[in-house]
Design a protein around this ligand. Structure first.
Ligand code: FDA
Length: 500
């Protein structure tokens, strides 16, 4: 049983025999807190009461990861792996229960090697997606990669859950483009696609990858991007017809040409439409004005630029592409996120209520609506663990933030929880789908643990929300590769074991 016989002294002794001591940070080390907070984004989990690791290992090569796994298993200390630290519930560096665990931090593993003739790249898990975009576009401006919008997200954590972003209607998710990977499994062995086999390779591409091992690097297929793309941004208030426009957008967004992605941010009394078109403004403006005339879009709402500049604008709000390399830009704050999927457009009356109720309160956050459709609707549900494909109109991300010192936390939490409850009749049901990369422990946790192994039945509640019918296959893969549930967290895949 991991927590009860865990020996932290034995573990750390074992680590120091295999890993240079300057890469190991224990709570007694001067730089322990600096290391702990170094890439962590959510300040909720950096408080005095947070259950913290007994050490952080800032690995520099694959052998260090292997040593951490072997020492961990030998001494009964579980590992959590951190790439970019953006986990919404902080599960890469904290535990929600009293537990002896260590963190393997991959931030030092960030090599990116782009191969133009094959339009592929090997990228280490500790690189950020901004660094990946930059490396790809600087090597060949005709190539890009379809992944998320925030440049500081770590590749390792992003790929473990899917990777939705502004090119997904044309090219799908980040995980749809992974063609090989190198990982360390629960036995400390290094595997690649050929040696891990197709089941495990399927599972690590979006199926809560931390449940299966530590992925060191990924080989991805790059995609073609034109030399000029168009960013389109327009904001409309409720007085300017935001309710009508958002209502209509629900049908228009998912059915626009595939090379156009128009997302919406609803906040207070405004809807902000932001689109990326893989071409010039003149080629898409007539489509926008005819499909969504209520927006009153004009040429001045378009801005033409390179694909890399567009990634910088989407991520940081300006065309400074060098900032994509900086893993420290962006916010660090207290926040909570939830997600939903919509398969049937929500009535105008409901949108009216949403604007009038949830966006007129003091403690309000915002929602991001990201359309699916395009190629997303053509990829079979079981192609990867991400099941939210055909028939999905859009994903909703609810976000609320607060500061620590003004007592606004409970009002903010109430806002998001009550808003989420209000939305239940209008979003998917049975299961109420959720996106695993927008991690939300409220939808369920691995609470029933027998002999230190999570039970399949007790995890179904949250597992099917994230993975639909793919959850059982993930649990079967877990049963084969990590039957003792070494790679465990509050929402790791439970092993499903079949005895002859
Ligand atoms: P972190 O290091 O915290 O890891 C997250 C999870 O993955 C943890 O469980 C961790 O153990 C596991 N993990 C990390 N590296 C691993 C590895 N090498 N092998 C196995 N498991 C590993 N998502 C999206 O799809 N599109 C978007 O546009 C955005 N935008 C966005 C903005 C902001 C500000 C945040 C905070 C988050 C997002 N996300 C997102 C969500 C993001 O994709 C998600 O949180 C990722 O898991 C973050 O990956 P990191 O490596 O940064 O996190």
């Amino acid at each position: 049983c991991y927590p009860s016989f865990a020996t932290s002294n034995g573990f750390i002794q074992c680590l120091t025999e295999h890993i240079p001591s300057e890469l190991i940070f224990t709570p007694g080390s001067i730089n322990f807190t600096t290391m702990l907070v170094s890439t962590s984004k959510n300040s909720n989990f950096l408080t005095n009461t947070t259950v913290k690791p007994i050490c952080i290992v800032t690995v520099k090569d694959a052998s260090h990861v292997q040593a951490a796994v072997v020492c961990g298993r030998w001494n009964g200390v579980r590992l959590r792996v951190r790439s970019g630290g953006h986990d919404y519930e902080g599960l890469s560096y904290r535990s929600a229960r009293a537990e002896v665990f260590a963190v393997v931090d991959l931030a030092n593993l960030h090599t990116i090697a782009v191969c133009v003739p094959t339009a592929t790249a090997w990228v280490d898990s500790g690189a950020t997606i901004g660094q990946l975009y930059h490396a790809v576009a600087k090597t060949s401006p005709e190539l890009g990669f379809p992944a998320g919008e925030c440049p500081t997200i770590g590749v390792g954590g992003h790929f473990r859950g899917g990777g939705i972003g502004m090119m997904m209607r044309q090219y799908g998710l980040a995980v749809d483009h992974i063609v090989d990977a190198k990982m360390v499994d629960a036995n400390g062995e290094i595997l690649d696609r050929a040696t891990m086999g197709e089941d495990l390779f399927w599972a690590i591409r979006g199926g809560a990858g931390e449940s299966f091992g530590v992925v060191l690097s990924w080989k991805v297929k790059l995609v073609k991007v034109p030399s000029t793309v168009t960013m389109f941004r327009v904001t409309r208030t409720v007085e300017q017809g935001a309710v009508d426009i958002v209502t209509k957008w629900q049908d228009v967004g998912p059915t626009l040409p595939w090379d156009m992605n128009m997302m919406v941010r609803v906040q207070r009394q405004q809807a902000m439409f932001q689109a990326l078109y893989l071409g010039r403004c003149d080629a898409i403006l007539p489509t926008i004005t005819s499909r969504l005339p209520e927006l009153n879009a004009t040429r001045s709402d378009c801005e033409e630029m390179t694909w890399l500049e567009a990634m910088a604008v989407i991520g940081n709000g300006n065309t400074n592409t060098t900032a994509l390399l900086d893993r420290n830009v962006g916010f660090n704050s207290f926040f909570k996120v939830k997600s939903d999927y919509v398969r049937r457009a929500i009535d105008k009356g409901v949108w009216h209520k949403i604007f009038n109720t949830w966006f007129t309160m003091n403690a309000t956050g915002w929602v991001m609506l990201e359309p699916h459709g395009g190629v997303m609707g053509t990829i079979p549900t079981e192609a990867t663990p991400y099941p939210h494909r055909s028939g999905v109109l859009y994903i909703i991300q609810y976000i609320v933030g607060w500061s620590d010192d003004d007592g606004s936390a409970s009002a903010a939490r109430n806002w998001i929880n009550n808003f989420y409850d209000f939305m239940a009749p209008y979003v998917t049901t049975s299961p109420r789908e959720a996106y695993v990369n927008f991690r939300d422990l409220d939808i369920g946790q691995n609470t029933v643990v027998v002999n230190d192994v999570s039970t399949f039945d007790s995890c179904k509640m949250w597992g099917e929300k994230y993975f639909g019918g793919n959850f059982q296959r993930l649990a079967m893969v877990k049963g084969k590769v990590d039957p003792t549930d070494y790679f465990w967290n509050e929402q790791s895949i439970p092993p499903l074991l079949f005895h002859a």
